[in-house]
Design a protein around this ligand. Sequence first.
Ligand SMILES: NC(=O)c1ccc[n+]([C@@H]2O[C@H](COP(=O)([O-])OP(=O)(O)OC[C@H]3O[C@@H](n4cnc5c(N)ncnc54)[C@H](OP(=O)(O)O)[C@@H]3O)[C@@H](O)[C@H]2O)c1
Length: 323
Amino acid sequence: MNARRVVDAALEKTVVGSFTRVGYDARRRLYDWTPLDELRLDGKTVLITGATSGLGREAATLLAAQGAHLCLVGRSQEKLDRACAELPGSETLAADLSSLAETAALADRFAATRQTLDVLVLNAGALTHEYTLTPEGYEATFATQVLSQFLLIRKLLPLLEAALDGRVIVVASGGMYLERLDVDALQPTEAAYDGVKAYSRTKRAQVALAEEWTGRLAGTNVTVNTMHPGWADTPGLRSGLPGFSRALAPVLRSPEQGADTIAWLAAAPEVAGRSGLFFLDRRARPTHRRRSTRRLDEAQERARLWELCQNATDSFSGRDSVS
Ligand SMILES: NC(=O)c1ccc[n+]([C@@H]2O[C@H](COP(=O)([O-])OP(=O)(O)OC[C@H]3O[C@@H](n4cnc5c(N)ncnc54)[C@H](OP(=O)(O)O)[C@@H]3O)[C@@H](O)[C@H]2O)c1
C-alpha cells in the first residue's frame, strides 16, 4: 500500500474523520483531484432526482458546469421552476417518487422525447420519523428509495443502453453500515417503525440492488454504482437528524463537498465499465464495517430483494420482466 492509501485507510477507520469535511479535505489533497469542470459532459443528458434541495440541487449545479444537459426531477413544480431558473437550459419533470404510478408516468414522459440517457442520478430521499403508507400500500421510505428507483432503472434501461456509457448513480448513505440486508424488515408495521432503522435498511438495500443490477447487466454498457456523501449540511440532514446536525455543524461537509463524488461518478473516465461499487470521496469503499451486517446467504437475500422489487413494479413497468 502506498503512503496515500495508508492515510486514507486510517481516516476511513475513524468514521468521524472520514465522513466529515476533514475526510473530504484530506483526500482531495492526498490524491490531487482533477477539478470537476475538467471532467466534461458536453452533449450528455443527465436525469437527476431530488434536484430541488441539498445534495441534488448542488450536484445539478456541478453537472451543469461540466456541460451536461439536465432533466431536474422534484415533487414541487414551484421548487423545480426556481432550480431551473438558476440552471438555464435545463428541463424539469415533477413527480412524487413515493408513488410508483407517478414514477412510471415520469419515466414515460421523459422517454417520449428522448432516445438516450447518459446518466441517471437517483438521489431523492429522506429520513422521516413518521410512518407513512403510500396509496399503493408501501412504507414511504422503502417506496421512494428502493421501489421507485428500481422502477426508474427498469423503465429507463433502454435509453441507458442506447447511450455509449450509460451510468446509474445511486445516492446511498454511510447509515447503511448499521444494518444488514433483511428483506423482511424493509416493510415494517407502524408499531415497529423506527425512522433511522428504516432509512439505514433502505440504504443497505440500495447498495445490494446495485450489486444485483451489475450481475444482471453484465455484458451491457450500463453500470450501476452507489455512493455516500459523508455528512453534509443540507435541509434533509437538519430535519431528519436535528440534534446530530447541530452537534456536528462545525465539521459537516458543505453540500458541494457532499455532491462532489456524484458529479465525479457521472464523468470520470476511470469509472467507465466499473459497476456495483460503493464510493466515498472518489474511491470505492468497503460495504461492511462490522461482521454483524454480513450474511452468509447474502446472494440469496439479494435475489429475494430483486424478486420483491420486480413483483412490486411489474404492473407499472409496461415491459416484460428484466432477467
Ligand atoms: N445530507 C447528508 O449528510 C446525507 C448523508 C447520507 C445520505 N444522504 C442522502 O442524500 C440524498 C439527498 O439528501 P439531502 O441531504 O440533500 O436532503 P434534502 O435537502 O432534503 O433533499 C432531498 C431531495 O429529495 C426530494 N424528495 C424527497 N422525497 C421525495 C419524493 N417522495 N418524491 C420526489 N422527491 C423527493 C426532495 O424534494 P423536496 O425539495 O420537495 O423536499 C429534495 O429535492 C438522500 O438520498 C439522502 O438519503 C444525505
